[in-house]
Write a protein that binds this ligand. Structure first.
Ligand code: GLU
Length: 294
């Protein structure tokens, strides 16, 4: 095994659709092509958006497609103690603060949070908790993506004190994802390009936590029309668990790896073995989105 540790981190807000299969497959191949580990983490920290049975269904679908993970599946819903520990440490170092601003107020101020509560010393209980980005000498405004190249981020967004725990006590995605990627020793994050914009916030958080960030590779998103990604919210169809091979071949084609005629296509295993051997980043399309048939 090499030192590479990758992961796929689905939220259980519905079954796997073609777009999430592309992210799972891309991260799997990137890890397996260098004999690395591929971990699966279920990001179930937002109960109101969770669909009953989705976690088990996602795992069964990955297995039906031959995408077998290493180690135990990690569930974010079981990591609260670690999140609390990190929140307490950030608070103690004054790297976070309580904020009582409502969404409505922030919207009225143009949609960007302007640090209104930064110096108010509000309690972190019964309020949202925000990261104090001003404590960083320079918030992250650009980073190098392994596929998309040099990414410049919106400066105002980069300077925003983003939420790490919501007023309703739910942990924010940006907090949980960073803490878990550190805990699991993830060396590279491969995921959809819809998360490019938030990557700067995550790298800023690594810096505040004095941790080394992983490398990032953002895959093109499958869209049905420009700007409209396949998602559980817009009711993208669940992929077929009974007959995975055609969809697996389609996902490989989408990722720039059409499977040649002579390859045995009778099992996901033979197809994936071919893909692991032939996986090559220079064949991946570099767009951030690719239109597919509905
Ligand atoms: N849980 C996130 C999602 O399903 C992905 C998080 C990540 O890969 O960083 O969109």
């Amino acid at each position: 095994m090499s030192l590479y540790i990758g992961r796929f981190a689905p939220s259980p807000s519905g079954p796997l659709h073609f777009g999430s299969l592309v992210a799972a497959l891309g991260s799997y191949l990137q890890a397996k092509s260098v004999q690395g580990k591929w971990l699966v983490r279920i990001e179930d920290i937002d109960p109101p958006r969770e669909i009953a049975g989705a976690s088990a269904d996602i795992l069964a679908t990955l297995q039906a497609y031959g995408l077998q993970w290493d180690d135990e599946v990690v569930y974010q819903s079981q990591q609260s103690a670690r999140y609390e520990q990190v929140l307490a440490s950030l608070s103690k170092q004054q790297l976070s603060y309580g904020c009582c601003c409502t969404r409505k107020l922030i919207k009225m101020q143009g949609g960007l949070y302007r640090g209104n509560c930064r110096d108010k010393k509000l309690s972190e209980k019964n309020n949202a908790v925000r990261i104090n980005i001003a404590k960083l000498s320079s918030p992250i405004t650009r980073f190098q993506d392994q596929l998309q190249g040099d990414i410049s981020l919106d400066k105002q967004q980069a300077n925003e004190d983003f939420i790490i725990r919501r007023k309703d006590d739910l942990y924010a995605y940006n907090l949980a994802v960073v803490i878990d990627d550190i805990e699991q020793g993830i060396t590279e994050v491969v995921r959809g390009a819809d998360l490019l914009a938030t990557t700067g916030k995550q790298i800023s958080l690594y810096q505040l936590l004095k941790e080394q960030s992983p490398t990032y590779l953002h895959l093109p998103l499958a869209v049905t029309e420009p700007g409209l990604k396949l998602s559980k919210q817009n009711h993208a169809l669940a992929i077929d668990k009974e007959n995975p091979i055609p969809t697996l071949l389609k996902a490989l084609f989408f990722l720039g790896h059409p499977v040649p005629k002579q390859v045995d296509k009778n099992s996901c295993e033979t197809i994936l073995n071919w893909a692991i051997k032939n996986w090559c980043l220079s064949k991946l399309p570099k767009q951030t989105e690719i239109q597919i048939e509905k």
